[in-house]
Design a protein around this ligand. Structure first.
Ligand SMILES: [Zn+2]
Length: 255
């Protein structure tokens, strides 16, 4: 059976007989691995579609045990990502994140559409691309069923208006915002991890969640805020999704 689907290349590796195994994030079928004998270095249309940061259309033969790419055609190449170290680092972290959170064969069409928006925005972004990556990750938390609780204390349900001024704490261990009383209690637990940032963490996370991704092409956070957001998101995604992609590019400074 031949299936036709849009997709993004997540990674590839050499396998036997001069073939490659390509891991694709496809719109219709989710993540899948497919073999191909197309040589990536050739100048054919199909070869271009196997390069990183490319959105393409694939004809895939579905055998009894494996997929095999028959042909492919580029829809859009976001080649400018490879020309800038900041774009490249964050787009690579994005690819690694997708590869880790997506399950084989489980379609995630909303995440696919958001991923295309991300590639488009990163390739057009004129400032640093960190905030685009953070916004992408925050938006996917809901899709992955691990959105943090932001409307009330994750432990007792108290509304944040009653927390007291300046007491907007975020509990990574609890999975959302936490009131001062519950925070004092939770701090006694050995694996507790609670942040009390200098900025409004509720507003910040809602902002990332609610605005279109494109908004963040122009948003540059202050370094101290950006680093704290990164740290909280790193700890959160590490704990709930088992991914550590934000750690690998932590502290990257590009002027
Ligand atoms: Zn509470």
């Amino acid at each position: 059976m031949i299936i036709n689907t849009e997709g993004i290349v997540l990674r590839q590796r050499k396998i036997a007989n001069n073939r490659r195994m390509i891991v694709l994030f496809t719109k219709q079928y989710g993540k899948l691995s497919a073999g191909t004998s197309v040589n990536e270095k050739s100048r054919s249309k199909a070869a271009l579609a196997l390069r990183p940061f490319t959105y393409a259309e694939y004809d895939i033969f579905k055998g009894r045990e494996a997929y095999s790419i028959n042909s492919a055609q580029v829809n859009k190449s976001f080649y400018s990502i490879g020309e800038d170290i900041d774009r490249f680092m964050n787009a690579s972290a994005f690819i690694e994140y997708l590869d880790k959170v997506l399950e084989d064969g489980v379609p995630a069409p909303r995440m696919f559409d958001l991923s295309l928006e991300f590639l488009q925005s990163v390739s057009e972004c004129r400032t640093g691309t960190d905030t685009l990556l953070y916004a992408f990750i925050v938006k996917t938390l809901r899709m992955l069923g691990v959105a943090p609780e932001l409307s009330c204390c994750v432990n007792c349900g108290k509304a944040p208006e009653k927390f007291g001024a300046g007491y907007k704490m975020f509990s990574v261990s609890g999975g959302g915002i936490i009131c001062p009383e519950c925070a004092a209690e939770e701090k006694r637990e050995p694996d507790s991890l609670i942040y009390r940032p200098d900025f409004d963490i509720i507003d910040m996370l809602r902002y990332f969640d609610s605005k279109p991704l494109k908004t963040f092409e122009k948003v540059d956070l202050k370094p101290v805020v950006r680093d704290k957001v990164r740290e909280i998101l790193y700890e959160y995604t590490d704990r709930y999704l088992g991914v550590d992609v934000l750690n690998s590019t932590r502290g990257l400074e590009v002027t």
